[in-house]
Design a protein around this ligand. Structure first.
Ligand code: CAA
Length: 440
């Protein structure tokens, strides 16, 4: 293999998110949980949360994001040499999400595929790894696809429930010297520590979390990474144009900024804090207010949110990004935004949050939760018995139908006429999806 193309610049050349079609407003959740809606609106900073349809999962979301990216950026699937999925809501203990996605989006058999798991940090670890692969020249002109995909699910009625969300963000990484974002290679400030702040034992479908403690762990990791970043000569808050944070809930951005400003200048007056929050932080938070926590994709949804919100005004700007995965591993890194917004305008997928979503009530939300549990139990596949089939999102190119013979069964969704599954091109009827792939 040709390894002579070592390069000093690695670019996130494209970004595309897939966000669920359905959403639940926090005002409705507040009635169900008997909570003052102001707690959700002001205390957590949330307006609504994305609710994933039971016939979709971390696999189908990753495939949707990957397909959107390949299509909207005109990428030849054969040019992709690595597909890495960052997820903490994978569907199997052994088989990676990446294996399913590889087939669903039609990548080459020569493409390496695997998942990276470290709570919400997985996709950042993947980005770092493919950055090194490309910078070293080992990629020899090939691209890497990093897809963050997760469903954030907490127990019914628990404090975490209001911070749920779901979504996938796909990023194309290469050496073409242009694109969405150029990370500063080798400048990442990393911090790891074994803490039990948030985890999900193998037998559970919902996370276990020590809420307040997890916030403290996040802030401690932020302070540590920022200190390392500054000691290595990295820019301070004043020199960075934007700050993007992992967002377990939107108001976490205020706590994070407070921590950074305290580290930078000690006591901070309210007016200065509000100005920095408004100008440098809030543009990246808007999507999370509507979508909720999407775990490994959260930081990159913040990036997409910033790009869509600021458009041409953020080209060429410097940005600081903080990734946090409970457990924990964290990273603060800096990057430059590309110099043409043509690279992302209308392609990030974030505009879907305001244009094509469907509001559901608490009854449908509860029904979706029940059906998700049923479909994830053994032998749940029963063709013709799909209580939620009529509410499958019209834009779904793939749907999940349940387990048959210990295997997950997927089929093309309503928009699946253009979706490829191996050599098959599926047609789909809205109410009775037909399985594809090796299901027996
Ligand atoms: N009006 C206005 N504000 C109100 C209010 C009201 N009526 N009632 C409460 N509030 C405020 C509170 O004062 C509080 O504000 P401060 O943070 O400024 O103190 C805020 O609303 C939240 O209230 P509580 O602390 O009482 O809320 P809670 O006990 O329900 O817990 C939570 C909040 C810990 C975030 C909980 O939702 C949770 O456990 N979430 C999941 C875990 C999480 O998000 N952890 C974050 C760090 S870990 C991480 O980043 C990884 C990850 O993705 C999970």
């Amino acid at each position: 293999m040709n390894t002579s193309r070592a390069c000093s610049e690695v670019w996130v050349e494209g970004i595309s998110a897939y966000l669920p079609h359905h959403y639940l407003c926090h005002d409705d959740l507040a009635v169900r949980t008997g909570t003052d809606p102001e707690k959700y609106a002001r205390g957590l900073g949330c307006t609504s949360m994305a609710v994933l349809h039971p016939m979709q999962d971390s696999v189908t979301m990753a495939a949707e994001a990957g397909l959107s990216l390949l299509t909207s950026y005109g990428v030849d699937p054969a040019s992709v040499g690595q597909l890495i999925v960052g997820t903490e809501s994978g569907v199997d203990w052994a088989k990676p999400v990446a294996a399913y996605v590889h087939e669903m989006i039609g990548l080459s058999p020569r493409c390496r595929t695997y998942d990276v798991q470290h709570a919400c940090y997985g996709a950042s670890a993947a980005l770092s790894s493919v950055g090194a692969w490309i910078a070293s020249g080992m990629a020899a002109g090939r691209k890497a696809l990093v897809i963050a995909t997760d469903v954030a699910r907490y127990d019914d009625g628990s404090p975490g429930e209001a911070t749920q969300g779901a979504g996938a963000v796909a990023m194309l990484v290469g050496d073409s010297h242009t694109g969405v974002l150029r990370p500063d290679l080798g400048m990442e400030a990393v911090y790891s520590s074994q803490v039990m702040d948030f985890w999900r034992p193998g037998h559970r479908s919902t996370a276990v979390v020590k809420g307040k403690y997890s916030i403290n762990c996040y802030l401690a990791a932020l302070a540590q990474t920022y200190q390392v970043h500054r000691e290595a000569g990295g820019e301070g808050i004043d020199e960075l144009d934007y700050l993007l944070f992992h967002l377990p809930f939107p108001r976490m951005s205020e706590k994070a900024l407070g921590k950074l400003m305290e580290a930078e200048c000690g006591q901070v007056d309210e007016e200065t804090f509000s100005k920095v929050l408004r100008e440098k932080v809030n543009p990246g938070v808007e999507a999370a207010r509507i979508v909720g926590n999407i775990y490994s994709g959260s930081l990159y949804l913040a990036l997409a949110s910033l790009l869509e919100n600021r458009g041409a005004r953020c080209t060429g700007r410097r940005v600081g990004l903080f990734s946090y995965g409970s457990g924990c591993c964290a990273e603060f890194f800096t990057a430059t935004i590309g110099d043409s917004n043509e690279c992302w305008k209308g392609r990030t997928g974030v505009e879907r949050t305001s244009t094509s979503s469907t509001r559901i009530g608490v009854e449908t939300y509860a029904a979706f939760r029940r059906e998700t549990s049923r479909l994830n139990s053994d032998d749940s596949f029963k063709l013709g018995h799909m209580p939620c089939a009529d509410s499958v999102p019209p834009d779904a190119r793939y749907v999940y139908l349940g387990y048959r013979n210990q295997k997950r069964v997927y089929a093309p969704g309503p928009a699946g006429r253009i979706a490829r599954v191996g050599s098959q091109v599926g047609r789909v009827s809205r109410s009775v999806p037909q399985p594809v792939g090796p299901t027996t």
